[in-house]
Design a protein around this ligand. Structure first.
Ligand code: NAD
Ligand code: DAU
Length: 337
């Protein structure tokens, strides 16, 4: 199979490239990535010499270039990870989220129509369902939960999902969608909660917890997300949505306290809350379990230890990031918070 992976120089896309080359050495992986602030060729360095891997720098919203890539490379399966992915940045500047997440998705879908493919898979998020109340632990997101978004980021992802479903119904493009909960693991950009806290502890900086720290996220080790997508593109039913999550809900405070306990230091600082901050995410993964036999393999207690160890062992990867333009971002986001 020739698989086009967009956004493969980012966190989950990068892990997916590594996962697929390891688990399916017979497949060919073509990675297309615009290398925005979140894309990092260091993440792909270990596979650049693999004869089954090829990288092309391109913007998914650049129609001419994307059409040329489809024409020359003839991918059979598309897995679209490429996106602006950070909620806080979407509050600061929504426009680029619409451009990449919505218009970029449309260009890819048009290319699929024009050149023909076996499967287009959209990597979506549980954030399209909005949030759940903290006092109703009996409630979970199912695939039938109405779309109800909170941030420009989640609104852009929901728009893309609707477009993907419309291209299936109207034009017959063979699509699938996965909606996953919060991922964590190696190569996670240090603007996100877990790597930001690890980096701050290691640099003796305060740990900025938004609001009261009681917001709940449903954490999944990134390789378990990769295995779910792998199963969906091979065995998932065309036109279907699959929720992906491992019943691993934690408050932000619990996560940060675990990082402090593991590293033996760190000082929490409560800061102004995120605007529109979603309270709780929780996935019901019954459908993907029953239909495709998917189950997560990594328990949070093990995954978080592996992740912290990875950041200890790979300091140059994240120190390069936080020594550059990231410092301006950090000052804008946390300076007067
Ligand atoms: P990320 O920000 O780490 O990586 C995004 C990648 O996309 C980067 O390599 C970036 O350079 C690339 N990119 C951005 N704009 C592009 C464009 N116009 N053209 C081509 N490439 C472009 O994001 P991530 O956390 O790896 O998330 C990947 C996907 O998974 C996103 O679609 C996100 O919505 C979804 N998702 C993320 C999570 C999570 O917890 N991180 C959970 C569920 C779903
Ligand atoms: O649920 C899936 C989503 O998970 C993905 O679609 C997004 O791409 C991904 O970024 C993530 O979104 P969140 O907003 O949940 O992740 P983030 O790491 O930004 O924040 C996790 C929680 O931690 C959230 O409640 C906000 C809080 N937080 C975050 C940061 C960066 C803090 O308290 N302090 C911080 O400095």
């Amino acid at each position: 199979m020739k698989i086009l992976v967009t956004g493969g120089a980012g966190f989950i896309g990068g892990n997916f490239v590594h996962y697929m080359l390891r688990e399916h050495p017979e497949d060919e992986i073509l990675c297309v990535d615009a290398l925005t602030y979140a894309g990092n060729m260091e993440t792909l360095a270990p596979v650049m010499d693999n004869p089954h891997f090829k990288f092309i720098k391109a913007d998914i919203a650049d129609r001419e270039t994307i059409y040329a890539i489809f024409e020359q490379e003839k991918p059979e399966v598309i897995v679209n990870f490429a996106a602006e992915s950070h909620v806080d940045r979407s509050i600061e500047n929504p426009a680029i989220f619409l451009q990449t997440n919505v218009m970029g998705t449309q260009v890819l879908l048009d290319a699929c129509r024009k050149y023909g493919i076996q499967r287009y898979h959209q990597v979506s998020t549980d954030e399209v369902y909005g949030d759940l109340p903290l006092d109703r632990p009996d409630l979970f997101f199912t695939e039938e939960t109405p779309i109800h978004t909170s941030s420009p980021y989640s609104a852009s992802k929901a728009s893309a999902d609707l477009l993907v479903q419309a291209y299936h119904r109207t034009f017959g493009v063979p699509v699938t969608i996965s909606r996953c909960s919060n991922n964590y693991g190696p190569y996670h950009f240090p603007e996100k909660l877990i790597p930001l806290m690890i980096a701050n502890v290691l640099n003796d900086k305060p740990l900025p917890v938004y609001g009261d720290g009681k917001n709940v996220r449903d954490w999944l080790y990134v390789e378990d997300h990769c295995s779910a997508i792998d199963l969906i593109i091979r065995n998932g039913r065309v036109g279907e949505v699959y929720n992906v999550g491992g019943h691993n809900e934690k408050t932000n405070l619990e996560v940060v306290q675990l990082i402090i306990a593991t590293l033996g230091k760190g000082e929490i600082q409560f800061v102004r809350d995120r605007a529109g901050h979603d309270r709780r995410y929780a996935i019901d993964p019954t459908k993907i379990h029953n239909e495709l036999g998917w189950l997560p393999k990594t328990k949070f207690e093990d995954g978080i230890q592996k992740t912290i160890q990875w950041y200890l062992d790979n300091k140059p990867w994240w120190e390069n990031i936080i020594s550059g333009e990231y410092q301006n971002y950090y000052e804008r986001m946390y300076g007067n918070r």
